[in-house]
Design a protein around this ligand. Structure first.
Ligand SMILES: [Zn+2]
Length: 479
């Protein structure tokens, strides 16, 4: 009997507002602990929350980008639980009336076909603070409430995901969309995107759901994939052996590459949700929602399609360029008015990405600006330098931020196209390689490339290859 996995994901995305969800404290990351707090986010008696308009607008923008219906009426609710990093003993979230619902994203399934993954809801809530535990287990724990009250968007998917690969691509899609619309940087190291997984397995063809397991606190997409791979195998093994699964929450242990039990259902929370009496319901007019929709930029999926059509790129290249909005923007700026965008795309994806990876810098800090890359290509096209020299020039541009023209001039890299000069070098090469010459005349065409290589070597890569080919063919009477 074959089994299949049924997977749903809950993604928490931190919205990049300047101030917190219900107070005017700064959301700046990494400042001294407990310096961004006030009576509201400390949960002091009598303090009243006021909704941050920017958080609401970004929440709506994200909902629209996820193809959701934006509710004209939504309500903030209290989710009650006690934990030291939550001074109010409740989190303000949304329950019965979320801001966004019934959306979807398109991903590729494991066979490369488009697949729609439903979004049940995407609601606004506030984050908790952070506990910092001493390395000594007997030592104290510290509380930093700077993050407490920071806006989050919780995106809950339908259980439409079937494989770890689909889960991985869904997460990439969510991250790309959030970055494209500018509501979050989704930096996982800063905890700006966090993932909880719901997973069960069932017999292939069955419509019922199996026993649900939750895996919490995953800090990378790769770990989500690994945890799912492990958990699917584990659950199927239990069922095949005739065992029973019990509903539980598990944690992924990276060192063991396995999931381990955290708590069973009996210990699960009852959050006693109720509408927060301190906050009025959010009532939106259709026109207000449409106004925000008008601000939606081109989304990754649309951009990928346009790049293929407009610039004649392959789907693969287009996908790689659009994987980051900054990279896509760089490409478009570089090819503006240039006749062969495919050539620049190839260069960006090979040469440029290699250098950026080596330097470990974000693209905005890369010293070769898009216009400078285009200038380099115009110089290559003019025949002034060869592709080989261009790589050298590019490396120096990336190190120094100098323009291609400057470097070529300073280092005397201009291509040698002077036929008299080249003829001399070619004569040398011919007289130094009588055997090869004989082979070529005898019909071994492959050896021709060797002689061209020798000419390039003598000219330090600066000979114009087209002219070298011409002269060499003539001299060997191949024409
Ligand atoms: Zn505050």
């Amino acid at each position: 009997m074959n089994y299949e996995a049924v997977i749903g994901l809950e993604v928490h995305v931190q919205l990049n507002t300047k101030t917190k969800t219900f107070c005017s404290c700064s959301t700046e990351f990494g400042d001294r602990p407990n310096t961004h707090t006030c009576p509201v986010c400390l949960g002091l008696p009598g303090a009243l929350p006021v909704l941050n308009r920017e958080a609401l607008v970004k929440g709506i923008l994200a909902g629209l980008a996820l193809n959701c219906e934006v509710a004209e009426y939504s309500v903030f609710a209290r989710k009650n639980y006690f934990y030291p990093d939550l001074p109010k003993a409740y989190q303000i979230s949304q329950y019965e009336f979320p801001l966004n619902k019934n959306g979807y994203v398109i991903i590729k399934d494991d066979n490369g076909r488009d697949k729609k993954i439903g979004i049940t809801r995407a609601h606004l809530e506030e984050d908790a603070g952070k506990l910092i535990h001493d390395e000594d287990p007997k030592g104290p724990s510290y509380i930093d409430l700077n993050r407490c009250g920071t806006p989050l968007l919780e995106i809950v998917s339908e259980p439409d995901i079937r494989t770890p690969g689909e889960a991985y691509r869904y997460l990439i899609a969510i991250k790309e969309i959030m970055q494209y619309i500018g509501v979050s940087e989704c930096n996982m190291e800063k905890g700006e995107l966090r993932v909880d997984v719901n997973i069960s397995v069932r017999k292939m063809g069955s419509r019922d759901f199996g026993v649900k397991h939750e895996i919490k606190n995953m800090n990378s997409f790769a770990n989500v994939k690994r945890a799912l791979e492990y958990e699917i195998k584990r659950q199927i093994k239990v069922l095949r052996a005739g065992g029973k699964l019990k509903q539980e929450t598990r944690l992924f242990d990276q060192s063991k590459n396995a999931t381990v039990p955290m708590r069973t259902k009996e210990e699960a929370h009852d959050y006693r949700y109720f509408p927060d009496p301190d906050l009025v319901p959010v009532v939106l007019k259709k026109e207000e929602i449409e106004e925000i929709r008008a601000k939606l930029p081109e989304l990754p999926e649309e951009k990928r399609k346009r790049f293929v059509q407009q610039y004649g790129l392959t789907e693969y290249d287009s996908e790689n360029l659009c994987s980051s909005k900054k990279l896509a923007d760089y490409f478009e700026e570089a090819v503006a008015g240039y006749k062969n965008p495919k050539k620049i795309a190839n260069w960006i994806l090979s040469e440029m990405m290699k250098v950026i990876k080596e330097k470990q810098i974000p693209i905005e800090d890369f010293k070769v600006k898009p216009v400078m890359l285009r200038e380099l290509f115009e110089i290559i096209d003019s025949g002034e330098i060869t592709g080989k020299i261009a790589k050298e020039v590019f490396a120096e541009m990336a190190d120094t931020g100098k323009k291609a023209g400057e470097i070529i001039k300073a280092r005397g890299l201009k291509q040698v196209a002077d036929e008299d000069v080249l003829e001399k070098v070619i004569d040398e090469v011919i007289s130094e390689n009588p055997k090869v010459v004989e082979e070529i005349r005898g019909g071994k065409k492959k050896a021709f490339g060797y002689l061209v290589g020798q000419v390039m070597k003598k000219t330090k890569g600066q000979a114009n290859p087209g002219i070298v080919n011409q002269i060499l063919s003539k001299k060997l009477e191949l024409q």
